[in-house]
Design a protein around this ligand. Sequence first.
Ligand code: FEO
Length: 394
Amino acid sequence: MKPRAVADGVLWVGSIDWDRQLFDELIPLPDGTSYNAYLVSGSEKTALIDTVDPTKTGELCEFLDAAEVTRLDYVVASHAEQDHSGSIPYILGRYPDVMVVCTPKAKGMLIDLLDVPEERILTVADGETLSLGDLTLEFIHAAWVHWPETMLTYLRERRILFPCDLFGSHLATSELFVSDPAKVYRSAKRYYAEIMMPFRTNIVKHLERLSSYDIDMIAPSHGPLYDNPQFIMDAYREWVSGPPANKVVIPYVSMHGSTQALVDRLISSLADRGVAAVPYRLSSDDIGRLAMELVDAATIVLGTPTVLLGAHPLVAYAAVLANALRPKAQFASVVGSYGWGGKAVDQLLSLVPNLKVEVLDPVIVKGFPRKSDLENVDSLASRIADKHRDSNLV
Ligand code: FEO
């Protein structure tokens, strides 16, 4: 593959990782990913915006050879995480005069993580610009999107925003720009759910700030580029600020059928009351789908059997994950079963202090649920439907 033209003076020189299946050894990547790097050539100076995952340095090297880049003045480090910064040491070795451009916060992180020599780092203030001759890079500090050192870059003359991880998608595709909006929407939502959702209050502020910029294109560090930026900006506004949906997500495990019977009854009872239910079988499903459902679910109901007097470990894991992702859910409950005793409910609720939810009375049964137990599930469904209606979610 050759370097790909993004705009006049801007080339994509990244890497498509078709085979990567996990990120951070945690997040499933069903569609692979890409590490986008961009070469911006002005009339006087040249800058590389981000690099690639260190496993893909060879591809970046081939692109720089193909583009005949004999001199590089700057490498912009938008974010210190290694999937974008990992090839900076190679770039520093290849171009003896190149300077790393980053926020003051990123400086220490690049030294800590990659041993970048301090004298090769040029820090920039929020709003500072860097002239490449006829092109101008403007830097926008964006702390906690999703690390504290993150920076966005705006190429003024081309009206291109390089937001690094923000607006990205884990989607390997040979198409440079979005061609299938529905597919990219799902990948971007999954990405938002897994990476960005914990920072949504900060993202609200950054979206507000970006509204003052004229942006014709968004060129993220993962996934295809947006030549219709409104598409992804609108999606983000909905995800970070929109009201939750009239929906209940039910992450659950059932070992011998009791919790399954409770979950089945809850699904049908919610449906009878006009509330969408999304069951999520923790023993076989992928956590990315759970994260996506958490983006807009108004209620979370954990379903658990009792294992060694506590919740099933997979349900505890889901609770820890939900707590870390800080979704906008307003209500929560638990359904489950036990054989001779246990403290599954107390344990699960203790794992979700970050969730700002009203806890609705759980339904915990001994053994297989009887008629009265299922009626209690109906009551829980009624309470959920009432709460959603009172919150104007219906
Ligand atoms: Fe794509 Fe936070 O790195």
